[in-house]
Design a protein around this ligand. Structure first.
Ligand code: AMP
Length: 302
């Protein structure tokens, strides 16, 4: 089944202890749609400026992502500049220039309106709600967010969360949003905001999936070298939501498999700068790494 995503498309400047690159392809919707395109049909709603290289749009087309909902308008593309120290789990934002995102008014193409699954990737929570107001009762709505919006648009974000079934959030941001140091308590507090499922991403320590009665813990893949963690969260969400859209099974067992699939995709993404490693994966590589995850965390009963 199809999956609709709204989020940012960006030109990023990223510095890690292993190298740096300027004006490289980034953005929450870019990572998400690329990752989910391995599993399902993806419909993209986003905006870029006049300066956005055509080759990046051609790449999305090559991945068979539906770009009818991608607008190119006057002005500059959204830009994010970030830096990582040796603790690659934490991105330090040096600069955020909203540019064309500031005046963006998403218009959902007629053919997108009945999409059964909607992902509100990291973007202004007002825009996340604008999109929901234009779609016809989707079966599943999931969202992501970050400190920039928690700090700058908290009330709007809480309004959006009332309409969301699954929240994807990283651990520092879960603590910041709820003012709870315990992730178990933080997840419970997030349930009270609206979502029935909370996925807390913990970088190299893996992911916790909270449903009302249960918690599932998936490891991260122990890579020898992590090159650039940018986009790991969005790539995770793409694998998770893409897998759910592919199976249309939203049971807890399916969400556990989706959590591992998300972790598989994120583990590829961090192996290189920008989207280099997830541009052209072979599905066999994805399956093989999924099985490695199974072996990695399997143990017998006592
Ligand atoms: P992640 O590492 O998965 O959290 O996401 C990194 C991507 O988020 C980068 O490619 C940025 O372009 C994008 N990004 C950073 N800040 C924002 C923001 N305030 N709103 C939307 N997207 C953002």
């Amino acid at each position: 089944m199809s999956l609709l995503v709204v989020g940012s498309m960006a030109l990023d400047s990223v510095k890690t202890p292993f190298g740096e690159a300027d004006d490289i392809l980034g953005g929450s919707a870019t990572y998400f749609s690329t990752s989910s395109s391995y599993f399902t049909d993806v419909r993209l709603v986003a905006v870029v400026g006049e300066d956005f290289p055509q080759k990046h749009i051609d790449f999305l087309k090559l991945r068979k992502i539906d770009i009818q909902g991608l607008e190119r308008t006057e002005g500059k593309t959204f830009r994010w500049k970030g830096e990582y120290g040796y603790d690659l789990n934490e991105a330090h934002t040096l600069d955020t220039q909203l540019n064309v995102l500031e005046t963006f008014q998403p218009k959902i193409p007629e053919g997108y309106k009945s999409t059964p699954i909607v992902f509100l990737a990291n973007i202004d929570p007002d825009l996340q709600r604008d999109v929901l107001a234009q779609v016809e009762s989707p079966q599943l709505v999931a969202a992501d967010t970050m400190n920039f919006w928690i700090e700058g648009k908290r009330d709007s974000l809480l309004e959006t969360l009332k309409l969301v079934d699954i929240l994807h959030i990283n651990e520092a941001e879960a603590r910041q949003l709820t003012e709870e140091p315990s992730l178990v308590k933080a997840a419970r507090k997030i349930f009270s905001y609206g979502p029935k499922t909370v996925v807390i991403k913990r970088g190299e320590y893996g992911v916790l999936l909270f449903t009302h009665d249960n918690v599932f813990s998936a490891p991260a893949y122990p890579l020898e070298e992590v090159f650039d963690p940018t986009g790991a969260g969005d790539t995770f969400a793409g694998g998770f939501m893409g897998y759910l859209a592919n199976t249309m099974d939203f049971s807890e067992a399916a969400m556990r498999r989706a959590t591992v699939m998300g972790s598989v995709m994120a583990s590829f993404n961090v192996e290189d700068f920008s989207l280099k490693r997830i541009r052209d994966l072979d599905y066999k590589e994805i399956e093989n790494r999924y099985r490695e995850f199974k072996r990695l965390s399997h143990f017998e009963d006592i």
